[in-house]
Design a protein around this ligand. Structure first.
Ligand code: HEC
Length: 246
């Protein structure tokens, strides 16, 4: 007997089986190529993993739930480009586990907030946003200045990130591969065995929270905010349509 459309529609079991087959084929066609195309995420110069200090700042960002009001994903629309800068590239969040994209913007997108303000501005703003933006509805985070930064487990945190693909190094071989890819100064910072040392060195390198004598959670969070969106030099790429807004 010929299988007419009607006989499929009145037979729930057959309908379910055929629907599943149709969806599986569609799924395979969409998903499988992503595993084989090498440049699903295009390589972009300048993008590097976070240093241990920035990484601890990122942990605090997630702990405090900053993502509930802030996205880190600038969409390729003219208005967003004019407000925030170049739209976010996939490669820019390739070391973000978990990523901080999203569409919940009670506050502005932070994808390119790095170096937009001074360290002192961020410290004051996080301590009490209304000190610098009188109409702000952002909560105060005064404990960030009081809490000493706990970095005892920073090496373990980097090991965990390595499992999901961040190229932190533990062996000489991995270290040398990082030197090739990111340069010697950066590769030092991705060395899990020296994680605490490089965290302390970076904390000392700049006056993040206005007090060099202590290492606080504010130091780490400001170091993280200041790197957001600054890794890629867009003057190399920005030509044509978007260049006119620079
Ligand atoms: C209840 C929502 C809310 C939460 C939670 C929140 N923010 Fe905000 N944030 C805002 C709003 C609204 C603004 C805009 C007004 C202002 O600048 O204070 C803002 C502004 C900012 C800015 C300035 C952005 C710019 O381009 O001017 C930064 C940086 C920032 N927030 C960081 C953070 C961090 C870090 C956290 C977590 C510790 C956080 N925010 C948590 C709502 C929030």
């Amino acid at each position: 007997m010929k299988l007419s459309h009607e006989s499929i529609e009145i037979n729930a079991g057959l309908m379910i089986v055929l629907t599943l087959i149709a969806i599986s084929i569609g799924g395979l066609v969409e998903i499988v190529p992503l595993y084989y195309i090498k440049d699903t995420i295009e390589k972009v110069d300048g993008v590097r993993p976070y240093t241990p200090l920035e990484q601890r700042g990122r942990d605090i960002y997630i702990r405090e739930g900053c993502y509930t009001c802030h996205s880190q994903m600038i969409r390729p629309f003219r208005d967003e480009h004019m407000r925030y800068g170049h739209y976010s590239l996939a490669a820019e969040s390739k070391y973000d586990h978990p990523f901080q994209w999203g569409s919940k913007r009670t506050g502005p997108d932070l994808g390119r907030v790095g170096r937009k303000y001074s360290n002192a501005w961020h410290t004051q703003h996080l301590n009490n946003p209304r000190d610098v933006v009188p109409e702000s509805i952002m909560p105060n985070y005064p404990w960030l200045l009081r809490n000493e930064l706990d970095y005892a487990d920073v090496a373990d945190r980097m090991r965990a990130l390595k499992v999901v693909g961040v190229p932190y190094s533990e062996t000489e071989e991995e270290y040398l591969a990082n030197v090739d890819q990111f340069g010697a100064t950066m590769a030092e910072q991705f060395d899990i065995n020296r994680a605490e040392l490089s965290l302390l060195a970076q904390a000392q390198s700049e006056d993040w929270d206005g007090d060099r004598s202590r290492l606080t959670e504010m130091d780490a969070l400001v170091a993280y905010l200041q790197v957001l969106g600054t890794m890629v030099d867009f003057t190399q790429y920005d030509e044509g349509y978007f260049a006119e807004f620079r």
